[in-house]
Design a protein around this ligand. Structure first.
Ligand code: NAG
Ligand code: NAG
Ligand code: NAG
Ligand code: NAG
Ligand code: NAG
Ligand code: NAG
Ligand code: NAG
Length: 881
């Protein structure tokens, strides 16, 4: 037996699926989602008819008495169903099996069409920077000049009047003066309700749901609430003397789906979607999602149905960009909805302090801003500038007493450094970066004295100054705008496409990095946040401006048409400012929205984006677009291929098919064969153009994701601007990608996978011991749509049944703690091949020796073809009594 992961102490395993005997998941109507966020014992049932809801609820209550809690009931023409929680059955398997039998019988009813597991949806993690000032900085860091929203307000006088934006989020402090100061008719926040209450957290065993009539976020500073929904609301429609949201006259609805802290769940999100749709929202905005790139969950399905009915649904693409390719999350991968990428603002706000003797003040970041007092600064270590500053109490000079200590970043934790300096009597810590970086916020949550971080250059200047004499620091606690080097490029955190099934996601981008907006009054009223959570309401506001204009001009307001309009005229950003290479559509979609052009231009192209898919089929290699002139003058264009950087998702030589975190770029470019190089389109007329791709000649094993834009360069910019269509494709076949990482799966006797059994070692399994089990530890480097586990008799080599029910739509693992691997528990039972209601539970195997075989379907694989699976067979497992 080998010990595994001794070098990776952070290794954490999430329980993919705990109980092999939970046979109801074998039901043909069950739509399992193998997401690690599945909440066991909680289900959503969908019916053919709305009138099935009440009778089903009654049968459920009759069958399970006090052991069932019916959570939500949906009687809607877009979704009829209900969600319920089953209390844990008593540990005796007899009870468990009768539970399953009863559920099976209920699910067998003809009116039940699908059964889904309830999934937790994590609260978006965002770093908020409260801005304690009077709002005078708001103008300085408004992003509206990046998106032409300033011109739309000023020149076109559109401000979202008559448009309703429904937001699904953590509630809103509608008493904030910039958000209308009240709720209901006559107020900016006109619609909505609280679906959950302050204490709700879907991850708790018994979530406390206390709905309320209004969506007020009144959590209070002590609750650790983030104020997310209030920030999002202000981005759409906030208005104060010095602050203007994107659509300041739009009406808002807010459906609160998060408590003060913790997660929500997909049944609550479905309820909120339907309510937002029912009040007649023109746009529904959701700054939430999870990290699976499949699009088959019930919330994604309901969002798609709403979009099909003509209501625009805008969703965050996710903040997992640092984890590499294929990180755009569901439900933004749903069909017909809009997935939004984040672009960085042009300015950031930073704090600065003054050091006596130095002419320029020094920018810093800190969690403890506001706690710094005037004081002298001295070296915080006798060898200051070394690699161990303040890690060893014996090298801290006595002179730090009553002063700030200056030290370099590195070796030990910021809180240890602070603890050591505090013991020596320092009043605060100034840490400078060790890798040439800029001001950073050192994370030292429980430090006894305040800690701040500055850039390396500033640190060295300060060090030189204090070697010459006394230096005093003064703090004014004010934020100052400073230009960002990454302005108008894709934020580093913004998730990277495509969807697992190679649809182009994200579709488009909006400002989301360092965005200033309203915060609940209990958090100081104003603040900065960063995330695709901010880009999403920004786009929703921009669409409100579009709809207001379209309702006057008679332009189409169909969701796909509206998205296409924004896509054609978006700003295509370079990967890096100063570099001429365009960033990939997999990062920026069509680019950063340009709202004035979108509202004013009269030429339209369908579709707005292309996926040339991978190289396994010829079917997707040629695409056709139609360009239509809605204007009154003839337009003409030269059509060309404007290539972008390609995404290199792997480093095959060193790490195989583990995604590189973050992605790497290459300059590999496709050629396009365009059926017409020059076109003229008369008023009211349309022209069709064919585009065929010749992918770059790279090694198919590298799965390079090339991309670019079909560019239509206008011959007369006064009559019509250039348009472009983002495209991408993959060189290689996705079906060839391995699913398991090297050295996985393996067999283990413990649930954390600490002990790995070799193929020639026998794991002994005591059947009478309910706590012993065999575990398959696996790591998916590629997502998989189907996982099956067979129990094989080691002697006869025959498959006797399934070790667990089939798992579908599993996301890929990442290298991040907690997401690195998954465990499948085998309890010594099997599900017979021909599943029957009379034996719905696992049948214990008889004594003997067995092997487990784990099969995972390749992307785009055919589930009927054995060769499309990655297959692994364990060593022997001896089952004794
Ligand atoms: C607006 O900004 C100006 C400075 O630009 C400042 O003097 C004023 O107090 C601000 N008003 C509000 C209400 O914040
Ligand atoms: C000083 O720093 C070290 C890390 O190098 C840490 O282990 C130790 O706990 C710190 N001492 C105190 C008193 O916190
Ligand atoms: C790409 O091709 C696969 C199979 O060849 C197909 O299942 C998938 O839907 C295609 N993706 C798109 C976006 O067309
Ligand atoms: C490609 O797009 C960039 C950014 O819009 C533009 O500057 C450049 O001129 C375009 N190149 C071609 C060949 O159209
Ligand atoms: C990223 O690409 C560059 C240039 O193609 C290459 O030199 C480098 O090794 C790559 N990095 C990784 C991690 O693959
Ligand atoms: C199992 O095989 C490995 C080599 O693959 C060998 O080193 C080890 O001794 C074997 N263990 C047993 C129990 O046979
Ligand atoms: C049952 O199995 C567990 C886990 O393998 C083990 O820790 C425990 O000692 C076993 N109990 C008995 C009674 O064998």
């Amino acid at each position: 037996m080998k010990r595994r992961f001794s070098l990776v102490p952070l290794f954490a395993v999430s329980a993919l699926f705990l109980n092999g005997a939970n046979a109801l998941l074998q039901h043909e109507k069950f739509q399992p989602s193998g997401d690690a966020n599945v909440l066991t014992g909680r289900y959503i049932v969908e019916f053919t008819h709305q009138d099935s809801t009440y009778p089903f609820a009654q049968s459920l209550s009759r069958t399970f008495d006090n052991d069932v809690q019916i959570n939500e009931q949906f009687t809607h023409d877009l979704f009829s169903g209900l969600s319920f929680y089953l209390n844990d059955p008593a540990p005796s398997s007899v009870t468990a099996s009768s539970y399953d039998d009863k559920l099976q019988a209920l699910f067998d009813h003809d009116h039940v069409t699908s059964v889904y597991p309830i999934r937790a949806i994590r609260r978006p993690h965002l770093a908020a920077k409260p801005v304690h000032e009077d709002g005078s900085l708001a103008k300085a860091i408004s992003p509206h000049h990046l998106t032409q929203v300033d011109r739309v307000h000023k020149e076109l006088k559109h401000n979202g009047k008559g448009i309703v934006v429904g937001i699904i989020d953590s509630g809103v402090d509608y008493y904030h003066p910039a958000l209308g100061g009240g709720f209901g008719k006559g107020h900016k926040v006109r619609y909505g309700e609280d679906l959950v209450g302050d204490k709700y957290d879907s991850n708790e065993a018994n979530p406390i749901i206390r709905p309320g009539p209004t969506p007020l976020d009144n959590c209070g500073a002590e609750s650790k609430a983030s104020g997310h929904g209030t920030h999002v609301s202000g981005i759409v429609a906030g208005k104060a003397d010095n602050f203007t949201g994107v659509a300041p006259e739009a009406e808002l609805g807010m459906w609160r789906v998060f408590g003060c802290t913790g997660s929500t769940s997909n049944d609550i999100v479905i309820k909120a979607l339907l309510k937002a749709y029912d009040i007649g929202s023109d746009i529904i905005s959701l700054s939430l999602g999870d990290n699976s790139g499949w699009s088959e969950g019930p919330d994604a399905v309901v969002a798609s149905r709403i979009a099909k009915k003509g209501t625009i649904v805008v969703l965050a693409s996710g903040n997992e960009g640092e984890s590499g390719a294929f990180t755009v999350g569901t439900p933004s991968t749903g069909k017909g909805v809009i997935s939004v990428a984040s672009f960085d603002n042009s300015n950031n706000l930073v704090y600065k302090f003054k050091a006596s003797g130095l002419s320029d003040s020094i920018a810093y970041a800190s969690d403890a801003s506001g706690k710094f007092k005037t004081g002298d600064i001295v070296a915080g270590d006798s060898k200051v500038g070394g690699t161990q500053d303040a890690c060893d109490p014996s090298t801290i000079p006595a002179s730090v007493k009553g002063n700030y200590g200056l030290i370099k970043r590195g070796s030990c934790a910021f809180s240890d450094k602070a603890e050591n300096l505090s013991k020596a009597g320092a009043i605060g810590v100034v840490v400078y970066d060790n890798a040439g970086g800029e001001a950073f916020g050192p994370s030292a949550p429980d430090a006894p004295i305040p800690v701040l971080g500055i850039g390396q250059k500033d640190g060295e200047t300060l060090l030189a100054a204090l070697k010459k004499g006394k230096v005093t620091l003064t703090f004014d606690g004010k934020l100052t705008p400073v230009p960002l080097a990454t302005a108008k490029t894709v934020s580093s955190f913004s998730s990277v496409g495509a969807s697992y099934e190679l649809d182009l996601r994200p579709n488009i981008g909006a400002p989301g990095g360092d965005i200033y907006s309203t915060m609940p009054r209990y958090l100081g009223s104003w603040g900065l946040m960063s995330g695709t959570s901010m880009a999403t309401p920004y786009l929703s506001g921009a669409i409100a401006l579009y709809l207001e204009s379209a309702k006057r001009s008679g332009k189409s307001i169909q969701p796909s048409f509206v998205l296409e309009e924004f896509q054609h005229y978006a700003f295509k950003a370079p990967a890096k400012n100063g570099d001429h290479n365009l960033d990939s559509p997999l990062r920026q979609g069509a680019g950063l929205i340009q709202v004035y052009d979108t509202l004013q231009q009269k030429v339209h192209i369908t579709p707005g984006q292309f996926s040339f898919n991978d190289t396994s089929s010829t079917q997707h290699k040629t695409q056709t677009f139609t360009i239509k002139n809605y204007g009154s003058e003839t337009v003409s264009y030269h059509i060309s291929n404007n290539v972008s950087l390609a995404v290199s998702p792997y480093d095959i030589a060193t790490s195989g098919y583990t995604y590189i975190q973050p992605i790497n770029y290459t300059t590999a470019a496709a050629k396009l064969r365009i059926s017409k190089k020059s076109i003229k389109v008369a008023p009211g007329k349309s022209v069709k153009v064919k585009v065929s791709v010749i992918p770059p000649n790279t090694d198919p094993k590298q799965h390079i994701m090339y991309g670019g834009y079909v560019q239509l360069s206008s011959s007369n910019k006064k009559v019509g601007l250039d348009l472009s269509i983002p495209y991408f494709g993959v060189v290689g076949r996705q079906v060839d990608l391995p699913i398991y990482d090297q050295d996985f799966p393996y067999l283990s006797s413990d649930s954390e996978g600490k002990v790995a059994y070799e193929k020639n070692e026998t794991l002994v399994f005591h059947q009478h011991n309910k706590t012993s089990a065999a575990y398959i530890v696996t790591r998916f480097i590629t997502p998989t749509a189907l996982v099956q586990a067979d129990v094989i008799d080691a002697k006869t080599k025959k498959v006797i049944g399934k070790a667990i029910p089939d798992q579908t739509y599993l996301p890929r693992n990442t290298l991040n703690p907690g997401e690195q691997a998954q465990v499948i528990r085998w309890d010594g039972t099997y599900l017979p091949k021909s599943f029957s209601l009379s034996s719905p539970n696992g049948i214990p195997v008889s004594h003997g020796t067995y092997k487990l075989r784990l099969k995972a379907l390749h992307v785009f694989g055919n589930p009927k073809s054995d060769k499309d699976f990655d297959s692994w067979t364990s060593g022997p497992i001896k089952v004794i009594n």
